[in-house]
Design a protein around this ligand. Structure first.
Ligand SMILES: Cc1cc2nc3c(=O)[nH]c(=O)nc-3n(C[C@H](O)[C@H](O)[C@H](O)COP(=O)(O)O)c2cc1C
Length: 172
């Protein structure tokens, strides 16, 4: 199973959580792409992105949670790359492929859900992606969520890496 890791982090190289995950995914043999570095002006090369997406079995969307969603370039990627006639409609180029969000969440888990001050679970905030994957006939995998990314220490990040990479590559 070939895994494409699409990193949507405005400052991936400076990040404490997503960066070690991206580096470890690269070492594990995934193709890892830093979309903000590729498209600093936000002008996405749609045919190139479609060719990349078609060439892999597993599409991993690696991103921090920003305002209860992915950073804006991922929305733009979805809007522009998942075109009618390619992703859905006459053709479903991504049908059967895996969609996996791998998310660093700034706040601790207790803040999420009906008892928390954020009110909803992260899974609820990620539902637009779940439905987008389904619309394109893709297989949705339970998102990887790392809570407390804003307050955790380096040891917690290090300890997360092996499991995050295991989920990225879809190992049993
Ligand atoms: C613009 C912006 C919006 C954010 N919104 C949220 C949010 O809605 N919920 C949350 O828990 N953390 C939020 N955060 C914190 C980030 O999720 C956190 O900084 C990130 O996950 C840390 O991971 P990194 O080291 O890979 O950047 C936000 C941060 C920024 C910069």
């Amino acid at each position: 199973m070939r895994t494409l890791v699409q990193a949507f982090h405005p400052k991936l190289r400076a990040s404490r959580v997503c960066r070690p995950w991206a580096d470890a995914a690269l070492e594990a043999g995934c193709v890892v792409r830093d979309l903000y570095a590729l498209y600093p002006d936000g002008r996405i090369d749609v045919p190139a992105e479609q060719a990349f997406a078609e060439a892999f079995d597993r599409l991993v969307f690696l991103h921090p949670l920003h305002w209860y969603a992915a950073p804006w370039l991922m929305k733009r990627w979805i809007d522009e790359v998942l075109q009618f006639g390619w992703a859905y409609g006459d053709r479903c180029a991504l049908e059967g492929k895996v969609w996996l969000n791998v998310v660093s969440v700034g706040a601790v888990v207790e803040e999420y859900g009906p008892e928390g001050n954020r009110r909803y679970t992260v899974a609820e905030f990620l539902r637009p992606y779940e439905r987008t994957a389904a619309f394109c006939g893709m297989q949705w995998e339970e998102p990887v969520k790392f809570y407390g990314a804003g307050v955790c220490d380096e040891d917690a990040v290090r300890a997360s890496v092996a499991e995050v990479v295991r989920r990225m590559v879809g190992a049993a």
